[in-house]
Design a protein around this ligand. Structure first.
Ligand SMILES: [Zn+2]
Length: 369
């Protein structure tokens, strides 16, 4: 029995749990949010900024780093941690999601996924064995198996065949493992079909994975379906292993999933929205582009004590955005990730104390009224 994950507390008011994940580069308190560091950097932020705002673990993208600068080069330069100047835990995805979303001319076979690079059109074959080899070269703390992320409107026949192949690929990833201190998570697919999700859990959960992820959600199926399938699947997963809901999502989605028993989350929303001028506050989202902020001397969120909110006005943030200044992306990203990390702090505090009134409150309105 592995001891890398411990459930410390269970919330009496929901399925949520407080946990501790031990990785080669440190301990992660769960539920946790992982900022996405696509190209070996969380866009616009220094590793120092991430540490300061309470980030515990980053996500790295295998697809991007494999194509540029190449995983062999990163291995030669001492691995991804040293390369990007981050000494905390890193989880890498398998590259599958980007092959399906970015790679042109992709063709799936039993062997793997053949695709053309979105950078130069060169042809590549990503197999389960290759996905493991790349992630071992990067030296991440947690590696993910190669899976196929299925479109939310795929037919039942397609989902069944694809999910069966994802299970065979998971077995191949385990056999290809060569780095005993790197954790490896299996992935549950099955689309929006509860019986296929259950079948997939029954096939994957007995395998010796260090954690289990639920994939194929947050891809346009809508909030009701996301909540239904994620809750259903979380309940089927082993209690003693971390549960990771991949690619989700908005603050309200993360809150719902944490209460359903998920421990780990990642999403580009806080950083991508920041660069587009959409900022999260405890009263809803703010679009900093709007003319009404041109003379607004208040901080972005009066209840936020991030560096951005302590030092700058909405008027200044709007000005930076309108002028296309680099500092706009930097301050906005800092604030949004600070918000996401305080959201997770509040989740953990509510579980730790068992007091339902401590769960973070998010307004029903999506934007500030
Ligand atoms: Zn702030």
């Amino acid at each position: 029995m592995a001891t890398h994950f411990t459930v410390l507390e269970e919330d009496p008011n929901s399925r949520a749990r407080l946990g501790r994940l031990v990785t080669p580069h440190g301990v992660v308190e769960t539920p946790c949010f992982m900022p996405v560091g696509t190209q070996g950097t969380v866009k616009a932020l220094l590793p120092r900024d991430l540490k300061d705002l309470g980030c515990q673990i980053l996500l790295g993208n295998t697809y991007h780093l494999h194509l540029r600068p190449g995983h062999d080069l990163i291995r030669q330069l001492g691995g991804l941690h040293r390369f990007m100047g981050w000494d905390g835990p890193i989880l890498t995805d398998s590259g599958g999601y980007q092959v399906f979303s970015l790679g042109a001319m992709r063709k799936i076979s039993e062997e793997g996924a053949r695709f053309q690079s979105h950078l130069d059109g060169s042809s590549h074959l990503l197999t389960p064995e290759k996905a493991v080899e790349i992630q071992e070269a990067l030296g991440s703390d947690v590696a993910m198996v190669l899976d196929e992320c299925i479109a939310h409107d795929a037919t039942r026949d397609y989902v069944r065949n694809s999910t069966e192949r994802t299970v065979r690929w998971a077995e191949r990833c385990l056999r290809a493992r060569n780095k005993p201190d790197q954790l490896m998570f299996g992935i549950i697919q099955g689309g929006l079909f509860e019986d296929l999700r259950r079948w997939c859990v029954e096939a994957i959960a007995p395998m010796p994975f260090d954690g289990f992820a639920v994939g194929g959600l947050g891809v346009g199926e809508g909030e009701a379906q996301l909540n239904r399938v994620s809750c259903f699947t979380a309940d089927l997963l082993p209690v003693a292993r971390p549960r990771y809901l991949m690619g989700v999502g908005r603050p309200q989605d993360i809150l719902a999933a944490a209460r359903a028993g998920f421990d780990m989350f990642d999403c580009v929303i806080p950083t991508r929205n920041a660069r587009n001028g959409t900022l999260f506050t405890w009263r809803g989202k703010i679009n900093i582009k709007r003319a009404e902020f041109a003379t607004d001397q208040r901080p972005l969120d009066e209840s936020c004590d991030c560096y951005c909110c302590r030092n700058f006005s909405r008027a200044y943030l709007r000005h930076l955005y309108m002028a296309g200044e680099i500092l706009s992306a930097q301050l906005n990203s800092l604030h949004n990730l600070y918000f996401y990390h305080r959201l997770m702090d509040k989740c953990r505090e509510a579980i730790r104390s068992g007091r339902s009134e401590l769960w973070p409150y998010l307004p029903d309105n999506d934007t500030v009224p």
